[in-house]
Write a new protein. Structure first.
Length: 405
C-alpha cells in the first residue's frame, strides 16, 4: 500500500483552493473535499484513518514508554499509518498522553485516549494549508486540554491549552512548507515535552537527536532543510508491521513466514534435524507468543508492493539492543533490503537509549560477510547447548551506533 499518494491507485494527490463534492472511493458517501488524486479518486478522512486509529489506541494502551517520540515513531512504521494524513492529528496527542501517564501524570489513560480520538478526528486533513492551523499542533493543545480538563469557561486551563497550540504552531511555521506530517509531528511533540516540563514539572523522555526514516516516502521532503533529515544514504522504502501479542492471526502468519525462510536458509548449514528442532523451539506460534510476552519486538517486513519479504526481532538489554532475528526471503536478498532493515533497527536502538546492537550468527553462515559489510564487528564466540544434543556454535557481532550524528 502506498504510504504517500492515492491509497487506491498510487497516483499523486492534487489540492484545490475551493472545495468540490466527490464520492469516497471506499465508503461511497459524498463529501466536500479539497484533495483528490490525479485519476479522480477521493478518500474521506474517516476511511483514511479507520485502521490507523485502532492501531494507535491498541499500542498506546499497552505501552510503558515515557518517550512520546519513540511511541510515535514505532506507530509511524506501521503500514496503516500513512506518510501524510489526519491520523497524525490523533497520533501526536495519543503519544503525549501515554508518555505523560507513564511519567507520573495523574490521568486515566483509557478515557483520555478515547477523548483524544474523538476530538482529534474532528480536525480535517489539509487544515495546515487551508486553515493555517496544523493538526499536529492542535493535537498538542487537545492533549493539554485533556490533562487539565479545560473548557471554554476555565481560566488557567484554557490559557495553557491555547498557549500550547500556539507554541507548536510557531515552531512548525518557522520551518516552512510544504507540509510534512512527520516533520510537523516531531516538532509538535518536542515542543509539548518542553512545555510539560516547564508548566507541570513532569519530565517526558526525548532522544538526544530526532532522526526521520521516512524521507524516501515523501516526494516533497525538504532534505537538508529539515532538522530531522537522516542524510543522503541510499535507502530502500520498506514498511515494518509490528506483531502484537493479541493478534493470533498475525502471529500464525509470522510463524509460517519464519518457518519457510529459516528452513530454506539453515537446512544446508546446520542440517534438517537441528533446524526442525530449532524451528519447533523458537518459531512456532506458541514460541513467538512467549517471546512477545518476554519483551521481544517482532516486525514483519513488507516491500513497496506490500509483499512480506522478511522479519526481524529484537529486545533491549541493560547495555545494548539484542538483535535476535534478521531474515529475508531468498528472492529478496541483494536488493538493499538488509541495509534498510538495519537502519530501522538502529533507529529503534537509539529510541531505546542504546548505542550498540549485538547479535549471534552461526560461524558457518555465509551471511557473516553481509554483517561485516554493514559495519558489524566480531566481538566474541559462543557455543550454547540448546538441548536434545544440539548446540548453537556462533560468532558474536556488535554494531556501534554513531551518536555524533
Amino acid at each position: 500500500m502506498n504510504k504517500e499518494n492515492c491509497l487506491i491507485c498510487g497516483a499523486e494527490l492534487e489540492y484545490f483552493t475551493t472545495p468540490r463534492r466527490m464520492p469516497c472511493a471506499i465508503c461511497g458517501q459524498s463529501f466536500e473535499t479539497t484533495a483528490a488524486c490525479k485519476n479522480g479518486h477521493y478518500i474521506c478522512d474517516s476511511c483514511h484513518i479507520a485502521q490507523g486509529i485502532g492501531q494507535i489506541a491498541a499500542f498506546c494502551r499497552q505501552s510503558s514508554s515515557k518517550n512520546p517520540l519513540a511511541i510515535m515513531q514505532q506507530l509511524m512504521a506501521q503500514p496503516v499509518i500513512f506518510m501524510h494524513g489526519p491520523e497524525h492529528h490523533v497520533l501526536v496527542g495519543a503519544a503525549l498522553l501515554t508518555a505523560y501517564k507513564n511519567s507520573g501524570g495523574a490521568i486515566e489513560l483509557d478515557s483520555a485516549l478515547d477523548e483524544m480520538i474523538r476530538r482529534g478526528q474532528q480536525v480535517p486533513g489539509g487544515a495546515c494549508g487551508f486553515w493555517g492551523c496544523c493538526g499536529a499542533a492542535v493535537s498538542t493543545g487537545i492533549f493539554i486540554s485533556i490533562i487539565t480538563q479545560a473548557t471554554p469557561l476555565k481560566e488557567q486551563e484554557w490559557g495553557l491549552a491555547n498557549l500550547m497550540t500556539a507554541r507548536a504552531l510557531q515552531a512548525i511555521g518557522a520551518l516552512g512548507g510544504p507540509r510534512c506530517c512527520k516533520r510537523n509531528s516531531f516538532t509538535a511533540v518536542k515542543e509539548a515535552a518542553q512545555f510539560v516540563r516547564q508548566q507541570f514539572q513532569i519530565e517526558l523522555e526525548l532522544p538526544e537527536k530526532i532522526v526521520c526514516g521516512f524521507s524516501p516516502l515523501n516526494q516533497q521532503c525538504k532534505k537538508e532543510a529539515c532538522p530531522y533529515y537522516a542524510g543522503q544514504k541510499k535507502s530502500v522504502p520498506l514498511q515494518f508491521e509490528q506483531v502484537t501479542a493479541e493478534n493470533e492471526q498475525q502471529i500464525a502468519a509470522l510463524s509460517a513466514l519464519a518457518t519457510a525462510i529459516v528452513r530454506e536458509h539453515f537446512d544446508p548449514i546446520i542440517g534438517k534435524a537441528q533446524n526442525d528442532y530449532m524451528l519447533q523451539k523458537f518459531q512456532t506460534a506458541e514460541a513467538i507468543s512467549e517471546q512477545l510476552a518476554q519483551g521481544y519486538q517482532y516486525y514483519v517486513v513488507h516491500n513497496q508492493q506490500r509483499h512480506a519479504v522478511g522479519f526481524l526481532a529484537f529486545y533491549p538489554r541493560q547495555q545494548d539492543l539484542y538483535l535476535s532475528k534478521f531474515y529475508l526471503q531468498k528472492d529478496a536478498r541483494g536488493q538493499g533490503y538488509a541495509r534498510a532493515m538495519l537502519q530501522f533497527v538502529i533507529e529503534q536502538a537509539a529510541l531505546a537509549g542504546k548505542d550498540k546492537i549485538v547479535l549471534n550468527v552461526n560461524r558457518d553462515n555465509p551471511v557473516v560477510q553481509v554483517y561485516e559489510h554493514m559495519g558489524f564487528v566480531k566481538t566474541g564466540e559462543e557455543k550454547n547447548d540448546i538441548g536434545n544434543g544440539f548446540f548453537m556454535d556462533d560468532f558474536v557481532f556488535t554494531y556501534t551506533i554513531d551518536t555524533n550524528g
